[in-house]
Ligand binder design. Structure first.
Ligand code: BAL
Ligand code: ZN
Length: 890
């Protein structure tokens, strides 16, 4: 397969003014009639008279031009397109195709999920429905008529407003939907099935009464309230914070079980993976509740950042995704704790997105080429893209940023535009030159910043010097300096020092007296602070103001100072992580953990002292305490490593957790006992924070060589009134290497399945907790679970829960090198990918990620992983899998 290049973009030759679709749904096939009203694009560069319609896996019944049926000689058709030439400047096309949704396992286009018809068209699924210019810069007004059996498919939905419905002969009925807003085909949606719904209303600030509906299977009606509350909060927030109102009379969400993504923002008819919409305390963890809130908001916010203003081409994907992730992150920060949300987002970015930047699939936020666009729904496009928008907000300050977003929406409403257009709007309102900033969109890789400092006690001057660089990535070896906002404060003995910067006027829009946004634009730059009366501890990159790797040789005491006194909550947490990372690295250097060196002992003692202070700090949010007590994850330590020593990382982390558990035992006991175990569940910031701290304490206590805490875990599991507490306890039982724990884990797992077997999302958690088990023999257990009646090898959620968790979140088992299991994890994954390559290429390609990182392991593992990639390459591969495997081996 050939790559598609941004440089080759040309405007469409024809525009589609109107798209009238008729879907006749029948058991053996669906007949799709598309009536397209077309007009030559006045902006087409040359006077073209040809039109390429995309189409894949379609059976063409007929095509008529201005009511004249064409013969096969009058068009060219292949497996991917249908081309017409010699066309007039205005025309209609009537295209009749037949498709087979019941055989569609790729979950792109129109398919069936548990008997329900649904669609997924982004990015290029619409071409599996009918022949069409399936590209985001072709925007059209859609009318959709659906006919189906009335009894089995009583609910018929599409985008926009319902304009007509009625009965037909033969027990069938129909519905007609009209969407007045022009949209690209990727935002088209259709649903037909036997669904129930909950309904609510939202009155927009201009007085539009919007009907809100969440459609689910009847058994799930009791799990929709949280999503409905989240939707109403999102609608209100977008009016308040961005001045954006909803624009149709109805907004619908439909939950489906089989879905490749989390959810999809189709105009007026969002389709959601059940995992991102259903929630109730008994079945859903706190993380699940937060995810529902964030995804509902994300999809709703797309109505403006994505639908009203969309992407010109798929290279611009981050235009809508980066901006919308930024918007949903700010929404979640406003709904809960801002600092905690930032910590969670940065942890994800630094662990997974930085790893992507350092791997073979590294790409810019606006890539220059791709083979399969589905492979570019990545952490780089989403999370790093959001960081770029955050940096613009930091550089402009809140008021100018809001002006910029207003200008962007006003200027481009109804258009398909580029990331350059977004940045231009920000430049126009602020008068700033953002030319250099745009390098963030075109240059891949994580910049590295080395910081050094100097205190001149005679001149009372303190200088900070920054040196930036960026490692090479596959498509770009020679990086130009980035424009990087580094939010900085200086900590003195009594707290933040006032900041007076030499030769730089302070921008009051973006800086205050205690934090300043330093703007790096050159490879090396020095900033001098004046009237600094004591040697400060620098607090650099506050709030993680840029997606970079920052290096500064803080003394251990400096980190302890930052941890206890920094006014920036994010940097307090960051200092705790840095301190712990140093100890973990010391431990990884030890020949044996049975006796560690005096220097390492001293480092452990200092860390434990600092954590003791954190536990005793009553001013801290309990969620912050929990995060500061939690050691950096194995995945993050691996990302930082040059060569990943899987076993040393695991052992060092386990060992240090054990030491902390012993040293802070009485604090953990007190946290656990002080918690009111009878309190009613609330999914708000306080409730989540309290449970998080209590379960962190239980985690540590379960590491003590004291079976009473194993029994406590079992008791918590049995008594839990919510899934957060049940899963926290069950996870400890499953991962504890002790005969009592093993027996109790088995009882609890049996009980769990018996209780929840009718709830697919809960069963997924049951698969995950077992797949994530760090004890040996987990691979055998995972293979056994694949044969369990509750496992469905076609359902993406099940695949992610079992296979995804084992291969991504269970490094010690996935990478086992012992004689019996050497390379078996890799072989297992490769077999699954080969199977999924045909069935569902998107999921297959996504599952490949752990194998793509082979270069970061020791020689033995490298060989084994590479051999599996080569074995996959021997197969007849989908574009999706081919792209990832071939780039990984290049
Ligand atoms: N647009 C695909 C799903 C999402 O990002 O909302
Ligand atoms: Zn999105």
């Amino acid at each position: 397969p050939q790559p598609i290049l941004l440089a080759n973009y040309t405007v469409p030759s024809y525009l589609v003014l109107k798209t009238d679709l008729t879907f006749d749904l029948h058991d053996d096939q669906t007949r799709v009639t598309a009536l397209l009203t077309l007009q030559r694009n006045p902006q087409a560069v040359t006077d073209v008279d040809s039109l390429v319609l995309h189409g894949s896996e379609l059976e063409l019944e007929s095509i008529a031009l201005d009511d004249r049926v064409l013969t096969a000689a009058e068009y060219q058709v292949d497996g991917e397109s249908l081309t017409l030439t010699g066309l007039p400047s205005q025309l209609t096309l009537r295209i009749v195709t037949r498709i087979k949704p019941h055989l569609n396992t790729s979950l792109e286009g129109l398919y069936q999920s548990r008997g329900l018809y649904c669609t997924q068209c982004e990015a290029e699924g619409f071409r599996k429905i009918t022949y069409y210019p399936d590209r985001p810069d072709v925007m059209s007004e859609f009318t959709t008529r659906i006919t189906a059996d009335r009894q089995r498919y009583p609910v018929l939905l599409s985008n926009g407003n319902l304009v007509e419905q009625g009965e037909l002969d033969g027990g069938r009925h129909f519905a007609v939907w009209h969407d007045p807003f022009k949209k690209p085909a990727y935002l088209f949606a259709l649903v037909a099935g036997d669904l129930s719904f909950i309904e609510n209303h939202f009155v927009t600030r201009s007085g539009r009464d919007v009907t809100l509906r969440i459609y689910v299977e009847a058994k799930d009606l009791d799990k929709c309230d949280h999503a409905m509350d989240s939707l109403k909060n999102s609608m209100h927030w977008d009016e308040e914070v961005y001045g954006r109102e909803y624009d149709l009379d109805i907004f619908m969400i439909v939950a489906v079980d089989d879905f490749n993504m989390g959810a999809m923002e189709n105009k007026g008819l969002n389709i959601f993976n059940t995992s991102c919409v259903l929630a109730k305390p008994e079945t859903t963890t706190d993380v699940g509740f937060q995810r529902v809130e964030a995804v509902v908001a994300h999809e709703y916010f797309h109505n403006w950042s994505g639908n009203r203003v969309t992407c010109r081409d798929w290279f611009q994907l981050s235009l809508k995704e980066g901006f919308t992730v930024y918007r949903d992150a700010e929404f979640s920060a406003d709904m809960g704790s801002r600092t905690v949300k930032r910590i969670e987002d940065v942890a994800l970015l630094r662990t997974l997105q930085f790893a992507e930047d350092g791997g073979p699939m590294a790409h810019a936020v606006r890539p220059a080429s791709y083979i399969e666009i589905s492979n570019f729904y990545t952490l780089t496009i989403y999370e790093k893209g959001a960081e770029l928008v955050r940096m613009l907000a930091t550089l402009l300050g809140p008021e100018k940023f809001r002006e910029g977003s207003d200008l962007y929406f006003d200027r481009h409403d109804g258009q398909a535009v580029t990331t350059d257009d977004f940045v231009q709007a920000m430049a126009d309102v602020s008068g700033r030159d953002l030319g250099q900033f745009k390098r963030w969109y075109s240059q891949a890789g994580t910049p590295r910043i080395e910081v050094s400092d100097h205190y001149d006690e005679d001149a009372l001057e303190y200088s900070l010097t920054f040196r930036q660089s960026c490692p090479p990535t596959p498509e770009n070896t020679n990086k130009q300096p980035f424009h990087i906002p580094v939010k900085t404060g200086l900590l003195g003995t009594a707290g933040d020092l006032p900041l007076r910067l030499k030769d730089h006027p302070v921008d009051t829009e973006t800086s205050d007296n205690t934090s300043i946004v330093l703007e790096l634009t050159e490879a090396e730059q020095t900033f001098v602070f004046q009237q600094v009366h004591e040697k400060p501890v620098p607090s650099v990159l506050r709030g993680f103001s840029a997606p970079v790797k920052l290096h500064y040789s803080w003394q251990r005491e400096d980190l302890i100072t930052l941890m206890s006194r920094d006014s920036d909550g994010f940097n307090r947490w960051e200092a705790s992580q840095q301190l712990a990372l140093r100890v973990l690295h010391d431990l990884m250097q030890e020949a044996s953990l049975a006796t560690v060196s005096a220097a390492t002992e001293e480092a452990i003692a200092a860390l434990i002292d600092a954590l003791q202070s954190v536990v005793q700090d009553e001013t801290l949010d309990p969620a912050m305490v929990a995060y500061m007590l939690t050691l950096p994850t194995e995945a993050y330590i691996s990302e930082l490593a040059t060569v990943i020593d899987v076993d040393a990382i695991h052992q060092a982390r386990q060992y240090l957790q054990g030491r902390i558990a012993h040293a802070l035992k009485s604090a953990f006991v007190s946290i656990y006992q002080r918690y009111d175990h009878q309190q009613a569940y609330r999914a708000d910031a306080r409730g989540i924070a309290d449970r998080s701290l209590k379960n962190t304490a239980l985690h540590y206590l379960s590491l003590l060589d004291d079976e009473s805490w194993i029994e406590t875990c079992y008791e918590q599991y049995r008594a839990a009134s919510n899934m957060t507490d049940a899963m926290a306890a069950l996870t400890r039982l499953v991962n504890t290497d002790n005969p009592l724990a093993a027996t109790l884990a088995e009882n609890a797992l049996d009980n769990f399945y018996q209780r929840w077997q009718q709830e697919p999302l809960v069963v997924n958690q049951w698969f995950s907790v077992q797949a994530g088990c760090n004890l040996p023999d987990t691979l055998a257990q995972v293979k056994k679970l694949q044969k369990h009646p509750a496992f469905d090898s076609r359902n993406p959620n099940k695949i992610r829960a079992l296979i995804g968790v084992f291969c991504n979140n269970n490094a010690v088992n996935f990478h086992r090198l012992d004689e019996q299991q050497q390379g078996q994890g890799y072989r297992f994954l490769a077999d699954e990918i080969i199977r999924l390559n045909k069935q569902n290429p998107q999921i297959a390609a996504r599952l490949l990620t752990p194998l793509t990182k082979w270069r970061k392991y020791d020689e033995t593992r490298q060989q084994l992983m590479k051999a599996e990639l080569q074995r996959i390459l021997q197969e007849e591969l989908s574009r999706d899998v081919y792209e990832v495997v071939s780039k990984s081996l290049a």
